[in-house]
Design a protein around this ligand. Structure first.
Ligand SMILES: Nc1ncnc2c1ncn2[C@@H]1O[C@H](COP(=O)(O)OP(=O)(O)OP(=O)(O)O)[C@@H](O)[C@H]1O
Ligand SMILES: [Mg+2]
Length: 258
């Protein structure tokens, strides 16, 4: 079997006495669309924060493409090609929608400041290419008409779409999406899902996404990982997971017999 693109092992993260992530372990296979599900407070977003370097792990390890990343800061992890969106997007409200997307490209390997300063022609070519791509991505999420508007005027759903465009701007290999469709108008949500499927098929990107709508999970994912109380309680294909008693119990809030 090939090395998983992401390997999470026994990760622990506490807040005071609360064990938000309590020894979670799972793999994400290269080229897959993997769903991370579980009831509110299960630790899904905390796990995303640890994997993407926004929070430190107190125990365990995280490997991306075979290399440890659990001590690396978020910007370094992003530069290696692992990026995430936020459940509540971190929109730069006083910048234009377009600038929000353009900024995401900074620090990208294509943009080496020293090189750009020495070669103005190449710098201009890079900038043209970057702007072109930013406009393409804004078109993709139907925000092109708002390119020059302050990002602060966007609705919550539109900010999620902007966040998606920002993430794609970095040309990632692994994308973590935290409830990408929540609050997004259903038609756009569906389009976003189509884009994910297409980017996986054509660009070879891998996706790990948190989603509460089980119909979407069943339709879009190859693998499902189920968290409850900070741990992974089940994983498998959507069909496996749907018929798993522990999953049904966790979702229905029934305490399983010990
Ligand atoms: N920064 C924080 N400080 C204190 N407690 C936190 C913090 N972040 C999360 N928690 C707590 O950790 C637990 C897990 O939260 P987390 O946000 O990871 O859950 P989740 O699975 O993403 O839930 P949801 O589906 O509601 O988004 C919850 O009890 C939450 O209140
Ligand atoms: Mg969450």
């Amino acid at each position: 079997m090939s090395t998983p693109i992401l390997a999470v092992r026994e990760v622990v993260r506490t807040f005071g006495g609360l064990r938000a992530v309590d020894g979670a372990s799972f793999d994400v296979e290269q080229g897959s669309i993997t769903a991370l599900i579980g009831p509110n407070g299960a630790g899904k977003s905390t796990l995303f924060n640890v994997v993407s370097g926004f929070l430190s792990a107190e125990g365990g390890s995280v490997q991306f493409e075979g290399r440890r990343i659990d001590r690396a800061p978020s910007h370094r992890i992003a530069r290696r090609g692992l990026v995430r969106t936020f459940q509540v997007p971190r929109t730069l409200t006083r910048l234009s929608v377009l600038d929000n997307v353009l900024l995401a490209a900074s620090g990208h390997p294509g943009e080496r400041l020293s090189g750009l300063l020495l070669r103005p022609a190449r710098a201009r070519a890079y900038e043209r290419k970057t702007r072109h791509r930013a406009h393409e991505l804004l078109e993709l999420v139907r925000l092109d008409k708002h390119a020059q508007d302050y990002a602060g005027v966007l609705s919550g759903g539109q900010r999620k779409l902007l966040d998606f465009a920002r993430v794609l701007m970095t040309e990632p290999r692994l994308v973590l999406l935290d409830e990408p469709m929540a609050g997004v108008n259903p038609v756009l949500g569906r389009q976003l899902l189509e884009h994910v499927l297409q980017l996986r098929a054509e660009g070879g990107m891998t996706f790990l996404f948190v989603e509460h709508d089980l119909a979407v999970v069943m339709e879009a994912s190859d693998r499902v990982i189920v968290m409850n109380e900070g741990r992974v309680i089940a994983s498998g294909t959507p069909t496996d997971v749907r018929s798993d008693e522990r999953v049904v119990d966790a979702y229905l809030g029934v305490v399983p017999p010990t």
